[in-house]
Design a protein around this ligand. Structure first.
Ligand code: CO
Length: 503
């Protein structure tokens, strides 16, 4: 008799899937009509908040992210809600002080989050500890995340030992986060098998379909005992998004891994998202299999970003040189996983190294700060010559970067008093000061509402592409300085390295 061990499904349609395919533009009004059906499905959880959704709500959709969460919570009476938290970066792009992080988590729990998936781009435990501790104190589930990457020092031994570290600081479960879609089916099998045996916590696998291997990796992971997999409703699946919920559920039916979910209900869910996605033009380069991921192990979005940077410098012919330089810079920096913000830091420095014809003739502020230890501890040893060149006699900080930050809450509350309508506004303001103030002004009628070129009122979605094209082109200016700005508007698509606008 084969042991039956149900595989759980976390559906990402309301967060990662539309962040990956629709530039995070799905609006609450496009979600609410399907909430009641989704709530009957019996998912392990739904990922609905965090990542880039917080920023885009205010920046592009004139929505209060906190209100979105409350309304989803009200609708989902039976289903656990999950968010993606960037550790000490919360939902932003830099480190925030502990008072802000703690308050954010408290408010997220009050407003409806059950499960926090917590990650750090460098897999630096110290950037995750405070978040994990607070989530547990608030009685929610703290999922510790392993950012999966490939490098000479990242192998399954490394990931298993990091999984043990996460357990030691209190993680309730472990997520393997394969943001670039790099994990192969047999590596997935081995890693899940070892984590289950050696770390002994529930294991969840989160893959992007980018390389075309993700559903095979899920199948092998299920055989190895994975507890939960992340999928998206079929119309919002594959490409740079997750494998399709519907297909995975069907594939596991009548096997020991049967998810128990009802395909008819899932079909209703898919029907809804099909209508929603018809209102968007999904760029071709986010669908299909990205062969660059397979050949260079460089995330697809990062390569399109490099190409556009080179095109702006009228140097497209240098792309191969830059692609060869990326692994060298990454090695010099101690092999950071290529996720935001490290992918932008490594990418921009590689372009500059090639364009100037001399490596590290110019060094970006971000690389300098990285070498100073301000992003956390690099996974491996950094190039000692480069370190000396940047820091001279100084040494990198050895402590936790957030220990250098002063508390911010009280002052911010005073600064924003005129616009405060709820306690949560202080957090929106601290994390995205300019975006939040503009949003508050529109809310108060001091600025006109955003023109959402949408016919959403009569049931059709906004056209994401039209809005993307309106964004400023940040590498327009043909000087190298422009390449050195890791601007938040370039990186708001976060961990999948989806960089809109690509051109
Ligand atoms: Co993801």
């Amino acid at each position: 008799m084969v042991e039956t061990r149900k595989v759980g499904i976390t559906d990402t349609s309301l967060r990662d899937a539309h962040q990956s395919l629709l530039a995070t533009r799905m609006r609450l009004v496009e979600m609410l009509p399907i909430v009641e059906v989704m709530d009957q499905v019996g998912y392990h959880s739904l990922e609905v908040w965090g990542g880039a959704t917080f920023d885009t709500c205010m920046r592009f959709l004139d929505e209060d992210p906190w209100d979105r969460l409350r309304q989803l919570r009200k609708g989902f009476k039976n289903t656990k809600l999950q968010m993606l938290l960037r550790g000490q970066n919360i939902v932003g792009y830099r480190h925030y002080p502990d008072d802000v992080l703690v308050e954010f988590i408290k408010r997220a729990v009050i407003n409806g989050i059950d499960i926090f998936r917590i990650f750090d781009a460098l897999n630096d435990l110290r950037n995750m500890e405070q978040a994990i501790r607070t989530v547990k104190e608030e009685g929610a589930h703290a999922q510790g995340t392993i950012c999966y990457t490939i490098s000479p020092l990242h192998d399954n031994d490394y990931f298993v030992s990091f999984g043990e570290d996460l357990k030691s600081i209190g993680a309730d479960s472990i997520c393997i986060k394969d943001m670039a879609g790099l994990i192969s089916p047999y590596d997935a099998y081995e890693l899940v098998d070892r984590l289950k045996k050696e770390v002994d916590l529930p294991i969840q696998l989160h893959c992007h379909y980018t390389s075309g291997m993700a559903s095979m990796s899920y199948l092998k992971a299920a055989e190895a005992g994975v507890d939960v997999i992340d999928t998206a409703s079929a119309p919002l699946a594959m490409g740079t998004s997750q494998p399709a919920t519907d297909s995975m559920v069907a594939a596991f039916q009548r096997t020991p891994y049967d998810t128990g979910l009802d395909l008819k209900l899932l079909a209703q869910v898919s029907e809804h998202f099909k209508e929603v996605s018809c209102g968007y033009e999904i760029p071709r380069n986010v669908m299909g299999v990205d062969t660059n991921v397979l050949s260079y192990q460089i995330p697809g979005g990062m390569i399109s970003n490099l190409s556009s940077q080179l095109a702006e410098q009228k140097s497209s012919h240098l792309l191969n040189d830059v692609l060869a330089e990326v692994p060298r810079v990454r090695s010099d920096l101690g092999y950071p996983p290529l996720v935001t913000p490290s992918s932008q830091i490594v990418g921009a420095q590689s372009v500059v190294n090639v364009l100037t014809g001399e490596r590290y003739k110019m060094i970006s502020t971000e690389v300098k700060n990285y070498l100073r230890g301000l992003y956390g501890k690099p996974p491996g040893e950094v190039n000692p010559e480069l370190l000396k060149k940047v820091l001279k006699e100084d040494k990198p900080i050895t402590g936790r970067p957030a220990d250098l930050l002063e508390p911010q809450l009280e002052q911010a509350r005073e600064d924003i008093a005129d616009y405060l309508e709820q306690e949560e506004d202080v957090l929106s303001y601290i994390i995205f000061p300019n975006v939040a103030v503009d949003f508050f002004k529109r809310r108060k009628g001091e600025l006109p509402p955003l023109q959402l070129n949408s016919s959403c009122n009569n049931g059709k979605a906004v056209n994401a592409v039209a809005e993307i094209n309106e964004q400023p082109n940040l590498v327009q200016d043909l000087h190298l300085d422009a390449l050195f700005n890791v601007d938040e508007t370039l990186i708001w698509i976060d961990e999948c390295n989806k960089v809109y606008p690509a051109g």
